[in-house]
Design a binder for this molecule. Structure first.
Ligand SMILES: [Zn+2]
Length: 296
């Protein structure tokens, strides 16, 4: 892939945690707050998962990136401080993990600013952003550049970071791509009537598929970015498997295990090409005609 990793490094890996807690449920159904058990399933993240994950990161002496929605920061005022005090990065993940699909730039700007204000109240000054559900709009890069963000980590079109500019704003930011195969939601998430298929995978399987990806990225000089949610991966056997995974990834020769902020800063310093991504659209004449009622 020929990415200019720092001297002595041949690939990079970042372990990221989206501390969605209650926000991702309430954004879609504010009335779900009446469901005490469902709220407790989400609260497991900040209450039990984050402390356990912080302990394992301390044992491994690895720094990670925590994406914290503003609502989570407001609900658990000590959480952000605890994460920052352990030397980790805190980044932006919306205010209430708002659904971003199809919203206009003004509304999205409001969500962004609300999230920034909440993190600011908690004492964090994020340089990175990850869209809730990784849902970016074509106007999002401009909004992020305008607010001085150094990077985003929500797009799915690369194995290594790249510099990205928007449509109007001068300046650019770094994009650090992600992928659904490297997200614990697909492996572990299940709550009746809220999310998941009902299949909960073994942490052994998750460890195996994620390590395979890390090894392949390492062989090709890529950037491995894993996304975990403390309310899922903070549970004991999953956290134990994650601890083994981080140790295994770190043992790969020349693997740079660090925060997304560090990767973004390095990319901004060493990559000169700045990409602009044009919206892909179907010309009117190729838009399929609506079909009639099915025959029979
Ligand atoms: Zn999230």
């Amino acid at each position: 892939m020929n990415f200019p990793w720092p001297e002595g490094r041949r690939a990079a890996a970042a372990f990221t945690f989206d501390v969605d807690a209650e926000s991702c449920v309430l954004a879609h159904d504010p009335a779900a707050s009446s469901r005490m058990s469902l709220m407790s399933h989400q609260a497991y993240g900040p209450r039990v998962g984050v402390p356990r994950l912080l302990r394992l990161l301390r044992r491994l002496d690895v720094r990670a990136t925590f994406f914290v929605p503003g609502f989570t920061a407001d609900t658990y005022p000590d959480l952000v401080r605890t994460i920052v005090d352990d030397g980790h990065e805190v980044a932006h993940h919306g205010y209430l993990h708002e659904p971003m699909r199809g919203i206009d730039a003004a509304t999205e700007a409001e969500y962004l600013d609300r999230g920034l204000e909440a993190l600011d109240r908690a004492g964090a000054h994020p340089v990175g952003y990850r869209a809730p559900w990784w849902e970016m709009n074509w106007h999002t890069p401009d909004l992020l550049v305008e607010r001085g963000f150094a990077y985003d980590s929500s797009l799915l079109d690369g194995d290594v970071p790249y510099r990205l500019r928007g449509r109007a704003e001068p300046g650019d930011l770094v994009e650090i791509p992600v992928d659904w195969s490297l997200d614990d939601w697909e492996q572990y998430a299940f709550y009746p009537g809220w999310t998941g298929s009902g299949v909960i995978e073994s942490p052994r399987k998750a460890h195996e598929m994620w390590l395979l990806e890390a090894e392949a990225q390492h062989a090709e000089g890529g950037c491995f970015v894993l996304t975990n949610h403390p309310f899922l991966s903070g549970r004991p056997a999953r956290a134990a498997a994650l601890e083994r995974l981080i140790a295994d990834v770190r043992a790969l020769d020349g693997m740079w295990v660090t925060t997304l902020a560090e990767i973004a800063a390095h990319t901004a310093r060493t990559v000169t090409e700045i990409r602009h991504i044009e919206r892909v659209e179907v010309p009117e004449k190729y838009v399929p005609r609506p079909t009639g009622p099915a025959a029979g």
